[in-house]
Design a protein around this ligand. Structure first.
Ligand code: S3P
Length: 440
């Protein structure tokens, strides 16, 4: 299929049956990216299980193959990464394509800033509009030289052979991507790299660096490491992605008669803000069999239908549910009463402007929603069918598939091909649970 035809893929979603049974959503995207990166930079062979076979993470694996790393694929959810050591990457004449992945590009900027060779990072149309100064500026303060396009946009031209120096940096906006880029550059820097965050964000890079044997000190909102050590290969077990589970948590909450179990969902506290927000709204979600897998907390989540009510989403939860707002907006549109989201301006610079995308789509389905610069005010009610555009944003597409399960009438969702970036096989798993999402 040509790229243009792919971009025109659409779904028709209609109300299905109550969501029931047990299912496991694919592996965590954030952890999968990092497992490839640290595996590549380690000495020895890293086996990754539960790997997300999505386009974003495949793009990252391909970048490292271009940089001379051998990566085997014994099965879709496994990768064997033959690490080349911290200084073993080889330069690539071709530009390195990160696809749709902000995480891929921003973390790679940190890794490549410390190499002896030059690199160019490119991305798709959406990634090419996303702000990169948030990484290039602090990396420049460490001694890196990275050229961007006007406005700090990709492609990024990263100059090699620069001596990096550790810095102490306070992030202006909570971002695990920026924190991780600096820590990865810090592996190559002289002295100490210290990062402070205005609010703690996901700490997968820190945990994984420790698991790969790199001395690192970290606590919520803080991380500190020094250059000059080595990474030792280790196996990585990737938990199921909470952000993918989120669509089913909302769908089963809003569809009467639902009773669904999501197996082995990653429960890192920096990811589960949606659980807290849905519970404030009255959701019935129980954590079963909590345990640790591959150093990460996981649990089976049993979710049963419950009437939801509008809430003011506490701003403190925002970074812990930053990827879940499209799903939350759907829950709010179907809840009783008013939901207010604020302090979430970052949503405007994700794969799409998620406040605008959700407001436009929900309005097309009859919802009452008012945009604010950093959030939205949503008055819950009933939804009807209609046509919405996911603007190439995977999480917008899947959120409207959830909304359709409670809409009176079919919802046609345009531009859904990018669902494969984070959740290949979404339609099949949704159908298994009872939802109806079909090619348009
Ligand atoms: C991610 C961090 C978050 C999140 C993204 C994945 C990561 O982005 O939205 O989906 O893996 O570090 P920001 O760092 O821009 O908040």
């Amino acid at each position: 299929m040509s790229a243009a035809a792919e971009l025109q893929q659409a779904w028709t979603a209609v109300a299905g049956s109550p969501l029931r049974g047990r299912l496991r959503v694919p592996g965590d995207k954030s952890v999968s990216h990092r497992a490839i990166m640290l595996g590549a930079l380690a000495d020895g062979v890293t086996r990754v299980t539960g790997f997300l076979e999505g386009e974003d993470t495949r793009a990252t694996a391909k970048v490292f193959e271009r940089l001379g790393v051998r990566i085997e694929t014994p099965s879709a959810s496994e990768r064997i990464v033959h690490g080349v050591g911290l200084h073993g990457l080889r330069g690539s004449d071709a530009a390195l394509d990160c696809g749709n992945a902000g995480t891929g590009m921003r973390l790679l900027a940190g890794v490549l800033a410390g190499q002896a060779f030059d690199s160019v990072l490119i991305g798709d149309a959406s990634l090419s509009k996303r702000p990169m100064r948030r990484v290039t500026e602090p990396l420049a303060a460490m001694g890196a030289r990275i050229d961007t396009q006007d406005g700090g946009l990709p492609p990024l031209r990263i100059h090699g052979g620069r001596a990096l120096q550790g810095i102490e940096y306070t992030l202006p906006v909570a971002s695990a991507q920026v924190k991780s880029a600096l820590l990865l550059a810090g592996l190559y820097a002289q002295g100490e790299t210290v990062v402070h965050e205005p609010h703690p964000t996901r700490d997968y890079t820190e945990r994984m660096l420790a698991a790969f044997g790199w001395p690192i000190e970290f606590a919520p909102g803080y991380a500190r490491l020094c250059g000059g050590h080595a990474l030792r290969a280790t196996d990585v077990a990737v938990p199921a992605d909470f952000s993918s589970a989120a669509f089913f948590l909302v769908a089963a909450s809003v569809v009467p008669g639902s009773d669904l179990v999501l197996d082995a969902v990653g429960m890192n506290p920096r990811r589960t803000g949606l659980l807290a927000a849905l519970r404030l709204m009255g959701a019935d979600i129980v954590e079963q069999n909590p345990r640790s897998e591959g150093g990460e907390p996981v649990a089976d989540l049993r979710v049963r239908h419950a009437p939801l009510r509008g809430v003011e989403v506490p701003q403190a939860l925002v970074p812990d549910m930053i990827d879940e707002f499209p799903a939350l907006f759907v829950a709010a549109a179907l809840a009783q009463g008013r939901t207010v989201v604020s302090g979430a301006a970052e949503l405007r610079v994700k794969e799409s402007d998620r406040i605008a995308s959700m407001a436009a789509g929900l309005r097309a389905l009859g919802a009452r929603i008012e945009e604010t610069p950093d959030g939205a005010i949503i008055d819950g009610g009933a939804l009807h069918g209609g046509e919405v555009d996911s603007l190439g944003d995977h999480r917008i597409a899947m959120s409207f598939a959830v909304a359709a399960q409670c809409a009176r009438g079919a919802v046609r969702i345009g531009d859904v091909a990018n669902v494969a970036t984070s959740f290949p096989g979404f339609e099949a798993l949704a159908a298994q649970a009872g939802m109806r999402v079909d090619p348009a």
